[in-house]
Design a protein around this ligand. Structure first.
Ligand code: SF4
Length: 330
């Protein structure tokens, strides 16, 4: 496991960390300010081939820059801090660096990274510092980092959450997976938001499915849908899915109905078929269901027709809801 020593205030601690064999250093330009000290550390790191992260932080900006920019933390001040530090490293011909300009304000960090990416080709390490506890901390960090990653900015990431570090690592992996920047390892569970047509408690079933799949290494997209009227169609691109209807679950593979199971077996059926598809592929799963597919399709049609008969075309009573909203806002 690589060790990164995060050093503040005392440059001698950085030298000691290098001596102790750390794999990377982080220096904060806001509180290790003496250029000679910085260059001493850079020379030592260079001799040992140890990379350094220049970790500018909006909350501990160099006081001179803070004053220069009107007693405010601005993206320009953060970028200038990073460039000053890079210049010291350039003087000793050390370029094994990456840079971060983190802030707890999402708009501030986004703009700082954008400006930094314009003026340097060094790798950038992204983060929203002191983001706080989940879920809002996760949301803030995701908003900032996902925006930048979508623009092609960023080489490494860190979730700084007030939570178990395992949660930070998990969030980081999931962000890269949903951004398509890393191969998916676990199930991508999609589920409908539920509505007046739902025939099952979608929130509970989806939660149970999330827990049942847990950390199983099944990189498939699996759908949990509340009704058989729209569910199979809306989730037709999923590898596998289940839609509720008439106290039973309609299982479908690649949009094709394959079998019907009692409602209380929906989750375990999903897991079992996901494992089968993972091992044998979707075509083999369709083949496996060759004797039940026709009956499953007919059952789905029956339940769809029944739902439509009972709930009509407007299961959500949309006109009445809209009228209520208008009355409330008028
Ligand atoms: S129509 Fe069916 S699938 Fe779509 S949100 Fe409503 S219950 Fe879910």
């Amino acid at each position: 496991m690589p060790i990164v020593a995060d050093i503040h205030h005392q440059y001698r601690r950085a030298l000691e960390a290098l001596e102790a064999g750390v794999h990377c250093l982080r220096l904060n330009p806001g509180n290790i300010k003496n250029p000679d000290h910085i260059k001493t550390v850079a020379r030592e790191a260079k001799d040992r081939g140890v990379p350094i992260r220049i970790g500018v932080n909006g909350g501990s900006l160099h006081p001179d820059l803070y004053r220069k920019y009107g007693d405010r933390v601005t993206p320009e001040a953060m970028v200038e801090s990073a460039l000053q530090e890079i210049a010291y490293f350039d003087e000793v011909d050390f370029d094994l660096i990456k840079i971060s300009v983190k802030a707890s304000s999402v708009p501030l960090m986004i703009e700082a990274y954008r400006q930094l990416a314009e003026v340097t080709d060094h790798p950038l390490h992204l983060g929203v510092t002191e983001a706080g506890p989940p879920p809002i901390g996760t949301l803030k960090a995701t908003a900032g980092m996902a925006t930048l990653l979508a623009e092609g900015i960023g080489d490494t990431i860190r979730y700084s959450l007030t939570a178990d570090p395992v949660e930070e690592a998990k969030a980081g992996r999931q962000l890269l997976e949903v951004m398509g920047l890393r191969e998916r390892r676990n199930v991508d569970l999609i589920a409908c938001p539920s509505c007046g047509r739902a025939e099952v408690d979608v929130f509970t079933i989806a939660q149970q499915a999330m827990e049942a799949f847990g950390e199983r290494e099944i990189p498939l997209q699996v759908a949990v849908m509340g009704c058989v009227v729209n569910g199979p169609g809306e989730a037709r691109d999923a590898d596998l899915g289940i839609a509720a209807g008439n106290k039973r679950g309609h299982l479908f593979v690649k949009g094709q109905n394959v079998m019907v199971v009692p409602e209380d077996e929906m989750v375990e059926t999903l897991v079992e078929w996901a494992e089968y598809i993972q091992e044998h592929g979707a075509d083999a799963a369709l083949e496996r269901a060759s004797s039940t597919r026709d009956a499953a399709r007919r059952a789905a049609e029956e339940d769809r027709d029944r739902n439509l008969d009972e709930r009509g075309d407007d299961a959500n009573d949309a006109e009445a809801v809209i009228a209520g909203i208008r009355r409330g806002s008028g």
